[in-house]
Design a protein around this ligand. Structure first.
Ligand code: CMC
Length: 429
């Protein structure tokens, strides 16, 4: 039986049968509903795409009510426990787990492309000493499109893949250098003898030693954090990548747009905001007054709430465990106590319970990042490195999806019409 929706337009009395497929109706079918031949078709008003599917996707599955997150069908808990970030990246991009040979080739290819053109380095050295590393990352990823002009040939599968490999490979280099710029320290070149994540830590923290040896527990924890951030279906930045990518621009420009979206405090910038919030609260005794302020609408409890998860964020659970592993090495972050107490109080408060507001991935990730000695400005850069394979998997899917069109939402126009222009000398007289 074909499923359908019967819609009666009370303006005209006419009934329409709208087909339902995969739990959705097509906005185009609603557009066929008109008050009369001259009026525009019915539109759907949905700021923030709260209930609008913009694509069909086989990359990531989320059930927000049940707290389920799967990449290509694999639960996030299993991937975080047993996989590596590069294996997860392969999975997201290629749609299946790699064989041994495929994995080794993939790791080799990514490792081989970690270096950037020296001019990228000079470009990055041109930023002011206090430049926000996310601004630097966004600009330098965008700049890569000028180093690989062939990246614009997005119809060629081999060409797409080499750009994907380059971007995953170079993101830690660019991220680390944006950090070193703020520190006034020399940029450290990649060490291709190290793993992806160990090399990133080396480029961040190496000084005069011949090889930077990061603690393996920290490498594992950061690798897990990258896995947790690797994709999250049609979030704000993935949507930005897809929206910009739909113009058929090269993937560097599309991902630069994603980085811009991630920069914002309601998206990837939230963990930075959480840390600032915890520091401002300062002590457990100040929490009740802070919560009162949130309930009065003065501000948000950063790191709480999610558009999709209305029960719990499965990533937050895994991160709490990673917190313990990292603090075993670095010592406990004193803000942890405030965060735990804040979480406890909020989870018992009707304001948060009734709105289904729970800790999200960013509530605890900032505490871990701080334990690594990252300044808050770097947190979103770490998120961006982790999210890169997800953005690229979404972009790759877009480029091969015959149903996709250039993104161009409708509007409901609320402004004036048909005004007569009065020349300046008359208006200003
Ligand atoms: N603190 C206090 N109240 C909140 C919060 C919060 N963190 N989040 C939502 N609310 C309230 C909101 O004011 C609204 O209340 P009311 O119904 O009385 O107007 C209700 O809860 C529903 O919120 P919403 O704004 O309609 O929810 P949304 O789905 O549009 O927003 C969100 C989702 C993540 C932007 C929002 O929860 C938020 O701003 N949280 C804080 C920022 C944050 O932690 N962001 C990280 C998200 S996870 C990582 C990522 O995706 O980047």
């Amino acid at each position: 039986m074909t499923e359908s929706l019967t819609v009666r337009d009370n303006r005209t009395g006419q009934e329409y049968d709208v087909p339902i497929s995969e739990g959705a109706i097509k906005a185009k079918d609603i557009g066929a509903i008109k008050a009369d031949d001259d009026s525009p078709g019915l539109a759907i008003y949905d700021p923030g795409f709260v209930n609008t599917a913009s694509c069909r996707s086989a990359v990531t599955f989320i059930d927000g009510e049940k707290g389920i997150l799967e990449y290509r069908g694999y639960p996030i808990e299993q991937l975080a426990e047993s996989s590596t970030f590069l294996e997860v990246a392969y999975l997201l991009i290629n749609g299946a787990l790699p064989s041994k040979a495929e994995y080794e080739q993939w790791v080799h290819d990514i490792t081989y492309h970690t270096f950037v053109h020296e001019n990228v380095k000079s470009f990055m050295e041109g930023f002011r000493y206090d430049a926000h590393p996310m601004g630097m990352l966004m600009a330098s990823v965008g700049a890569l499109s000028t180093f690989y002009p062939e990246a614009g040939v997005i119809g060629d599968a081999d060409n797409r893949m080499i750009q994907i490999i380059r971007m995953i490979a170079k993101m830690p280099t660019l991220g680390a250098w944006s950090f070193r710029n703020a520190q006034g320290k020399p940029f450290v070149y990649p060490d291709n003898e190290l793993s992806y994540t160990a090399n990133f830590l080396s480029m961040l923290f190496k000084m005069s030693e011949s090889r930077y040896e990061a603690d393996e527990r920290l490498v594992k924890a950061l690798d897990t954090l990258f896995i947790l951030h690797a994709d999250h279906e049609q979030n704000c930045s993935a949507n930005a990548v897809r929206s910009v990518g739909s113009s058929q621009v090269d993937p560097y420009s599309a991902v630069a747009a994603g980085i811009g979206a991630l920069y914002g405090p309601l998206h990837g910038g939230a963990n930075e905001a959480v840390l600032r919030m915890l520091r401002r609260i300062g002590s457990k005794s100040e929490i009740p007054a802070f919560i009162e302020g949130v309930k009065n609408g003065n501000e948000k409890l950063m790191g709480f709430g999610h558009r999709v998860y209305k029960n719990y964020d499965p990533r937050a659970k895994i991160i709490k465990k990673a917190c313990d592993d990292v603090f075993d090495v670095t010592g406990v972050n004193p803000l942890l106590e405030i965060a735990q107490e804040l979480e406890k109080i909020a989870l018992e408060d009707d304001y948060f319970v009734s709105r289904k507001l729970y800790p999200n991935v960013d509530f605890y990730s900032g505490l871990i990042y701080e334990a690594f000695q990252f300044p808050p400005e770097m947190f979103t850069v770490l998120f961006a490195i982790g999210r890169t394979p997800g953005w690229l998997a979404q972009w790759l899917e877009l480029t091969q999806d015959k149903e996709q069109k250039i993104a161009r939402p409708k509007q409901i126009y609320t402004g004036d019409r048909g005004l007569d222009f009065t020349p300046r000398d008359q208006r200003w007289a």
